[in-house]
Design a protein around this ligand. Structure first.
Ligand code: PLP
Length: 379
């Protein structure tokens, strides 16, 4: 299909290959200049129809459990690193079979599963997630180092006898952050764990590095990684961003279904903040709308709302140059990461289709959703 915005059936997410490629080139520059390996965190971005493109540059995926590990193995088939806050007895064997690296969250989990995992796959690499206890995440919902966090082993809970059993240490403490935040975390990590770092085969710096954002200090990151490696005998380093891979690679297109007035103009769309743009409510943040401004910035202001019965299913107030009319397309920018990986069929509303705009501007609808997708999750 030739790309024509007006003819697209909405709601639909469109990922642009060319934009994804430019992110991958930035990430590859970091890999080449710093020697670090970058893997994709599936939790933030899992559009597997693009995995062959991503696999040309990145070294594999990081998975948060069995299903993500299966997807990583089936669709990218490069390195599979699997971490879970707690693995289950009835899943650990299958996870070990398909993973190259398994990352435990606590010494108890490591002791519980170490022998089982090694028996199934003697060459598997074992890592422990540690908690560097340096919190600079902007919101507690996204702060793995907040007080009483369950994510990662603190130095107080670290058990020296584990060192012989593990090949790597991993930390994940950032969220949409720049190099200055990484430096704070790294300093705390080294201050607490440096005697053990030297004994490892690799260190994983986690995700949350906003590497592909315009103002990100890519050269600074390269310097920080190089200097870390030089302090520890050139130890291999991994990064596992999700958001930075899917950052600004596409959008969600919706249509205006109705316009009403209750103290202000309100437009109801065939999408939902709650079901299709969940982080706009959870973080929360305001998604950009193509061609629109803040409330009252342009001549016609509307509250944009979703098509569910949740009162708070509202994207926000936006202004436009012309009055909206039924059937107009509303395009929410940057909706490819942390959206369809989290979507729900709340209220039974239709999941947006997933589409790919290829480098030669052909639009391919890679997935359509229907009633059965709603019904199959219920009984
Ligand atoms: C969420 C997560 C990531 C990816 O984080 P982004 O913010 O998407 O880069 C990486 N590693 C772990 C352990 C995570 O929980």
């Amino acid at each position: 299909m030739k790309f024509n915005l007006d003819e697209i059936k909405t709601p639909c997410y469109i990922c642009e290959e060319e934009l994804l490629e430019s992110n991958l080139l930035i990430l590859d520059k970091v890999q080449k200049a710093s020697g670090a390996k970058i893997i994709l965190a599936l939790k933030g971005y899992a559009m597997w129809s693009t995995f062959s493109q991503i696999g040309k540059y990145l070294h594999g995926c990081t998975a948060s459990g069995l299903h993500e590990a299966m997807l990583a193995r089936e669709e990218m088939n490069k390195e599979v690193h699997t971490y879970s806050p707690a693995f289950k007895d009835d899943e650990i064997e299958q996870i070990a079979k398909i993973s190259d690296h398994i990352v435990f969250n606590s010494p108890q989990q490591l002791s519980r599963f170490y022998h089982k995992v090694k028996l199934i796959k003697p060459e598997i690499s074992i890592a422990l997630r540690v908690n560097p206890e340096a919190s600079c995440s902007p919101v507690d919902l996204y702060n793995p180092c907040a007080p009483n966090s369950r994510l990662g082993t603190t130095i107080d809970n670290f058990d020296e006898s584990l060192v012989d059993k593990i090949d790597g240490l991993t930390f994940h403490a950032l969220c949409e952050q720049n190099v200055d935040a990484l430096e704070v975390v790294l300093e705390s990590f080294e201050q607490k764990f440096s005697p053990y770092i030297a004994k490892m085969k690799y260190i994983n710096f986690g995700g949350g590095h906003h590497i592909t954002r315009e103002d990100y200090d890519v050269d600074g990151l390269i310097r920080v990684i190089q200097s870390f490696k030089s302090r520890y005998n050139n130890i291999p380093v991994y990064l596992e961003p999700g958001e930075a891979v899917g950052w600004q690679v596409g959008y969600l297109i919706s249509s205006v279904l109705d316009i009403q007035h209750n103290g202000m103009d309100i437009a109801i769309l065939d999408t939902s903040a709650e079901a299709h743009m969940p982080d706009t409510l959870a973080m929360p943040y305001r998604a950009e709308v193509r061609g629109a401004g803040l409330a009252n910035e342009k001549a016609y202001t509307y509250r944009l709302g979703g098509n569910t019965c949740l009162a708070g299913d509202v994207m926000g107030d936006y202004s436009f140059d012309k009055p909206l009319k039924i059937g107009d397309k509303i395009i929410f920018e940057d909706q490819i990461h942390y959206t369809f990986v989290k979507n729900t069929t709340f209220n039974g509303i239709k999941l947006p289709a997933l589409a790919l705009l290829t480098k030669n501007k052909q639009l391919t609808i890679v997935k359509n959703f229907a009633y059965q997708d709603y019904k199959n999750r219920l009984s």
